[in-house]
Design a protein around this ligand. Structure first.
Ligand SMILES: Cc1cc2nc3c(=O)[nH]c(=O)nc-3n(C[C@H](O)[C@H](O)[C@H](O)COP(=O)(O)OP(=O)(O)OC[C@H]3O[C@@H](n4cnc5c(N)ncnc54)[C@H](O)[C@@H]3O)c2cc1C
Length: 481
């Protein structure tokens, strides 16, 4: 397994085509926009290699029995599902932000299970290929991103009905030795600092959409692949590294990129679905179920830091002993632990798939994510309430350093004795970043918009069975007319 420094070194061997604010980056991993996300991903490697959290951060490969990072491991039992949630909470707490790596982890599990199903039904060889690819991923401890979301153009039209057929990634050429793909994937977390990208379809597809049913692995520096690194709330603060205004050395959310595939050739050994649209829906559903449960783990870890920061700020404000403030903190605890409990519950009720790996309970997993779309906003509101207007109006670090007004600001921003204004400002900047629009929208749309969960929830709730039960218990249909 790699440690953080080795991971960063491994990135330097790559030659990806990454753009940010109109410029192609020569040294993307050292650029202030990306560097905080590289540091966060490096922290996941250090936590795995450090030996202190082996039970949570590492696992035994089901492919060759080697000790591997849990981020390259298949969920081989309920215990693995639960340990994954524990891992997400641990890293969320250690970094205080999005650490990017859960998308690739869920992608390998989805691809493992669906390639198995496709091969069984159609006699293809996707599962063997995927197994070989996964063995390398585990052996070399590579970071992978999961690229499912297409730009989608006009949402009322199917992929092949769009005015521009490239608005969903599709196969434009089938060759004896592989396929050529064109299109784009948007919002892809951690892609810019991953080694490999898993491309997956974003929806189930009928026969006329077969060319859109493509799943494959593309190296980050594949010819024809360009990445455009996105903006985030307050992202210019990253250029103020070393100042308090920067907020956090880790960056806010996961460093998302738009990936543009301009006729990228993918050799057969990296192609895991190429036209079997009837299996694309299972791929999306399983990936989403695992991914939606995650949010109860990572967001709880982030909220551990946010809750601590908010409580400290209340102490500096002198409000921490007030029963109303304490009740607001209690409400944060309630919201966070409800999500965590759902994530653990959906894992505990997991079921074995035909390919041998275990799927979380989809109803509970989707319920977790539905709650996250609300609770993260509510937690943010409570932190804003307790913190006060400073979150919005705090003067810059440069003003606090100013020989003319710095002393005055120190005087007027003082809080409870024993705390410095530096502590106060750092806490404000962290809370500001971690409750910014970027963070909130990640909670809302990441792993699917709220409506996507509601569709699965109603399907999984099995209304016909529940109405039958209601009739039985209440005794309907027995009364005389
Ligand atoms: C921070 C962040 C990180 C992300 N990371 C990843 C990642 O790593 N990998 C990845 O693949 N994706 C990622 N995503 C993408 C995420 O899965 C999508 O944002 C999500 O699925 C919603 O898709 P969309 O953004 O295109 O919004 P839309 O699908 O356009 O949704 C916008 C609204 O339109 C509604 N809507 C959509 N279609 C219809 C329709 N046909 N009829 C009626 N209403 C409709 C939705 O319900 C929603 O209310 C990330 C997103 C964010 C914000």
């Amino acid at each position: 397994m790699m440690n953080g420094a080795q991971y960063v070194e491994s990135l330097k061997k790559l030659k990806p085509r990454i753009f940010y604010r109109g410029v192609r980056l020569d040294d993307p991993y050292g650029h202030p926009a990306l560097a905080p996300h590289v540091r966060t991903a490096a922290a996941t490697y250090d936590l795995a290699a450090g030996g202190q959290h082996d039970e949570i951060m590492t696992a035994t490969s089901n492919l060759d029995g080697a000790k591997i990072s849990r981020f390259t491991h298949l969920f081989w039992s309920v215990d693995d599902l639960i340990r994954k949630i524990a891992m997400l909470r641990l890293i969320g707490r250690e970094t205080g932000t999005c650490f990017q790596r859960c998308v690739g982890l869920d992608a390998i599990n989805a691809l493992w299970s669906v390639t198995y199903d496709v091969d069984k039904a159609k006699g293809t060889e996707y599962h063997r290929r995927f197994r070989t690819f996964l063995a390398r991923l585990q052996r070399e401890d590579l970071m992978s991103a999961g690229a499912m979301t297409d730009p989608k153009g006009d949402r009322s039209l199917a992929p092949w009905q769009q005015a521009d057929p490239d608005l969903y990634v599709h196969i434009v050429l089938r060759r004896p030795d592989g396929v050529v793909i064109r299109g784009a994937k948007t919002h892809i977390t951690g892609a810019a600092n991953s080694h490999e990208i898993f491309v997956m379809p974003t929806l189930g597809l009928p026969p006329e959409g077969a060319d859109y049913a493509v799943a494959c692995a593309v190296p980050i520096d594949a010819p024809g692949l360009s990445l455009v690194f996105g903006r985030q709330s307050n992202d210019e603060r990253k250029e103020e590294a070393g100042t308090i205004d920067c907020g956090t050395e880790w960056g806010v959310v996961g460093g998302e990129s738009t990936l543009i595939f301009e006729d990228v050739f993918v050799p057969n050994e990296r192609v895991f679905m190429a036209g079997e649209g009837e299996f694309a829906g299972s791929l999306v559903d399983r990936f989403s179920a695992w991914h939606r449960a995650n949010y109860g783990g990572c967001k709880a870890g982030n909220a551990d830091v946010l809750l601590g920061a908010t409580a400290l700020l209340a102490e500096i404000h002198g409000t921490i002993k007030n029963s109303i403030v304490r009740d607001k903190l209690t409400e944060i605890v309630h919201l966070v632990e409800t999500n965590f409990a759902g994530a653990i519950g959906s894992s505990a009720l997991g079921k074995r798939l035909p390919a041998g790996n275990w799927l979380v309970d989809p109803l509970l997993a989707n319920t977790v994510k539905q709650n996250v779309t609300r609770f993260v906003y509510q937690v943010g509101r409570l932190t804003h309430d307790i913190a006060g207007g400073l979150l919005s109006t705090l003067p810059s670090d440069a003003d606090f350093q100013s020989s003319e007004v710095g002393g005055l600001l120190e005087k007027y921003f003082a809080g409870k004795e024993g705390f410095s204004t530096v502590d106060k400002r750092k806490l404000c900047r962290y809370i500001e970043g971690m409750t910014s629009v970027s963070t909130l929208v990640e909670a809302l749309h990441g792993a699917g918009s709220p409506q996507a969960q509601r569709i699965v929830m109603l399907r999984q709730a099995d209304l016909p069975e529940k109405t039958r039960q209601a009739k039985k218990v209440i005794g309907l249909g027995k009364d005389r007319k």
